[in-house]
Design a protein around this ligand. Structure first.
Ligand SMILES: NC(=O)c1ccc[n+]([C@@H]2O[C@H](COP(=O)([O-])OP(=O)(O)OC[C@H]3O[C@@H](n4cnc5c(N)ncnc54)[C@H](OP(=O)(O)O)[C@@H]3O)[C@@H](O)[C@H]2O)c1
Length: 328
């Protein structure tokens, strides 16, 4: 598996990581999430060289980190473990953001315990807390590095001004935001700022939360999948148009003898050597399929066809239900 370096501090990771969120939360129902298959998927990832695991304390909440802790038993040294703090989920289903230094310290200790490891390789602030100056939050994160609890720092869904202020306190190795053929807004100002500062980019939801693979349609989106259907791309009136775009991507993929998921990931990998997609799956066969994207080279013709098909007028709906809350 190709390796990529995130940031100038030299965090080496596999060119494709494994998003673990869906193993415990968000998509489908608890019954559909086979924990044995999830652990087998994490095991298989190491065999394939897919070494970066992505989780967060809020996935579950907490159970995704516990699952990863279980999977890491006896093989900690084979993985780069990335987790996040910042969202606090309330009993009524809502979530709040907490970037206060005392929360950063408490959350890190709790994540280390659940993951059952001594050090987190990459620790992200999940969302900006607008009530707390970023310097205070990153100051507390930097203390975790000094204490040996964390190796590298990251931010998720941060805008360019926040990234610059954070990076001035302590080097930031990676920014993680949504990026895919369906969601390209980071190209406008986030990616240029990161490239100027020498920060790596981790692309979440690189498969458009599943739509880009062609595996989801209005006839197959389960009524139980209520969290996914909250995202505007999956809403009635948008989903069919987006599925039609995915089907055209599927046609291009078929001509190339690859799958739509592989094509979507190969496109991202080709956007720059500083980009690392973390497709999410809880199944070994899909992990294997997705990992195959590193061997696909797209030519100028493929790229221009993909860009035509996914032009903004063809893709319907905002990328997030809470788009106004995202730092820009
Ligand atoms: N920082 C943030 O705020 C944030 C937000 C969202 C996600 N993330 C991270 O990013 C990771 C990836 O994002 P994501 O899971 O939201 O979206 P994604 O990777 O775009 O898509 C995941 C969905 O696609 C399906 N899938 C994966 N590979 C497939 C294939 N080859 N063929 C058909 N279907 C396939 C998965 O189903 P199965 O699992 O059933 O295979 C799952 O439903 C997450 O796991 C999480 O770690 C971070």
């Amino acid at each position: 598996m190709e390796q990529r370096t995130l940031g100038t501090q030299g965090l080496e990771v596999s060119a494709i990581g494994l998003g673990c969120m869906g193993m415990s939360d968000f998509y489908g129902t608890a019954e559909e999430r086979d924990q044995n298959e999830a652990i087998a998927t994490i095991d298989r990832a190491a065999e394939l060289g897919v070494t970066m695991l992505d989780t967060a304390d809020m996935y579950g909440p907490f159970t995704n980190e516990e699952l990863i802790g279980k999977a890491l038993t006896g093989r900690r040294d084979q993985y780069i473990v990335a987790t996040k703090f910042g969202f606090e989920r309330q009993s009524d289903g809502s979530q709040t953001v907490n970037g206060r230094p005392e929360h950063v310290r408490r959350a890190c200790d709790a994540s280390l315990q659940r993951l059952d490891i001594d050090v987190i390789d990459l620790y992200y602030q999940h969302r900006l807390d607008r009530r707390v100056p970023i310097e205070e939050t990153v100051g507390a994160m930097a203390e975790l590095v000094q204490a040996g609890k964390v190796r590298y720092l990251g931010l998720s869904e941060a805008g360019p001004a926040t990234i610059r202020r954070a990076h001035a306190v302590h080097p930031i190795s990676a920014v993680q935001s949504e990026y895919s053929l369906f969601s390209r807004d980071v190209e406008e100002s986030v990616l240029p700022a990161m490239r100027e500062l020498g920060i790596g980019f981790v692309a979440y939801s690189p498969l458009g939360r599943g739509i880009l693979t062609g595996a989801i349609g209005s006839d197959t989106l389960a009524s139980s999948d209520t969290r996914r259907s909250r995202f505007p791309r999956f809403a009635e009136g948008n989903l069919d148009a987006n599925v039609a775009v995915a089907s055209r991507i599927g046609d291009i993929a078929a001509e190339r003898g690859v799958t739509a998921a592989q094509l979507a990931l190969a496109w991202l990998l080709q956007r720059g050597p500083d980009i690392v997609p973390i497709p999410g799956t809880k199944r070994r066969d899909r992990l294997e399929e997705n990992a195959g994207a590193v061997d696909i080279a797209l030519d100028a013709g493929d790229l221009s066809r993909l860009e035509d098909v996914t032009s903004p007028e063809n893709v319907r709906g905002d990328r997030h239900w809470d788009v106004g809350a995202i730092d820009r």
